[in-house]
Design a protein around this ligand. Sequence first.
Ligand SMILES: Cc1cc2nc3c(=O)[nH]c(=O)nc-3n(C[C@H](O)[C@H](O)[C@H](O)COP(=O)(O)O)c2cc1C
Length: 489
Amino acid sequence: MNQTSLRDEDADHTLIMAAFGRSLDAADPFVVGFNEAILPMAISDPTLPDNPIIHVNAAFERLTGYARDEVVGRNCRFLQGPETYPEDVSRLRDAIGRSERIEIDLLNHRKDGTPFWNRLLVAPVFDRGRHLRYYVASQHDVTLERETLALLEAEQRELEASAAETQVRLADSAARLQFALKAGRLGAWTFHPASQHLDASDGCKIVFGYDPGAAFGYPEFLETIHPEDRARVVEAIQETIATGCDYDIEYRIVTPTAEVRWVAIRGELLTRADGTALSMTGFSTDITERKRTEEHRALLAGELTHRVKNTLATVSAIVNQTLRDAASMSEARDTIGARIGSLAVAHDLLLRDEVEGATIADIVTGVMAPFDDGGGRLFSVEGPHVRLEPRVTLALSMALHELATNAAKYGALHVAGGHVTISWSVGIGEGGRRLAFMWEETGGPVVTTPTRTGFGSRMIERVLAQHMRGTARIEYRDTGVVFTIDAPL
Ligand SMILES: Cc1cc2nc3c(=O)[nH]c(=O)nc-3n(C[C@H](O)[C@H](O)[C@H](O)COP(=O)(O)O)c2cc1C
């Protein structure tokens, strides 16, 4: 049944409703209160077919745009439209059907078609005989509230989405930072001077030789610093806190397993708005490898300088002594050339073995190579693996060169059938391990002790003995020259 037919068919009802309007006492304060209330209100009569409106107030007219005459006699559903949720209408119908009070927000339309959110309250009114007599309703426009709420909800959803996105980005950059710290073997730390509290990342603990799960606070940090570097480190921390200068320091630590490491620490001071120190934060890294390389390089540079000086002194001695002992300039030229050549061989050996020196076998093979005919008849070489210090390597090389030169000129290597046995052994003697070295010539011409002691013999006996801190002796036996060394290893 539509509203038009209702009005046409139920002329009686219209009359009843008009009568209700007239029955209202304009002087009754409740009537005045109802009519003049700010809140829109309506009264319906459920005893009439389709529960029509029998009275509305002025606020209702202002809200909906309908005049009282246009609505009286109609069911209030005319305010609904296609966008009104059917579930809301069902709830209303059910409550009204059960004569129950209901409060609900639903979408309505004004006469001009504009929508608004209606916070509707419908309540039944019973007469003295407990029979349902009227329904009263209030309509409150909550469009602004709903829209604001919807806006706030949308904003909140947006905020939540962006917070979630920020969270993801943060987690992502934290993961990338972790990766960078790990790849660079860096540890991160933050120190709070006021509370003396130190926060160290797992990487930082590893740098300091602690397990990632272990407690590593300021006391442990101080404890780990090498005693000789501790004062310097603490001073640098205090200076950064006092002046705000960057904290950039390299020092030694002793890990819980007593391993000495070098670490590099960089950090900066974070201050409060008033300029006072808040915290220090930065990175730590293990630079032990780099320090060892630097030390090794410095050692090599020192060794090289030392060797160059020694070589120049040796060359100078070779030239002076050879010129003094030589019978002629041409003999001097040959001898100087050969002696400097043997020096070069010794240097080759040293270069190959860096600062560690060479083995006796290497020295013998290197120096004897120019004197050997390759047939294996001239030399017998026998002895264990013994590595000598660089300066001893040099001295032994020169000594062997002199022995071989003399043997080639006057001794076993001068005649066919001559032989040189070079042998050495290591035994335990006075003060620990000792080296016994022997050069023994056989099958050569009868040997006599030379009248003059030239550079070669002096070098052999004195210099070698001094370098080896032992004794070196040349004997001119009838059978041939015998040279022996007895020195600690
Ligand atoms: C006194 C009274 C006032 C009402 N005011 C409104 C109103 O402002 N807007 C609305 O959509 N429905 C209002 N209704 C509800 C409808 O009139 C109707 O009861 C609802 O649409 C459910 O019934 P139906 O399914 O027959 O339409 C009011 C009902 C009563 C009894």
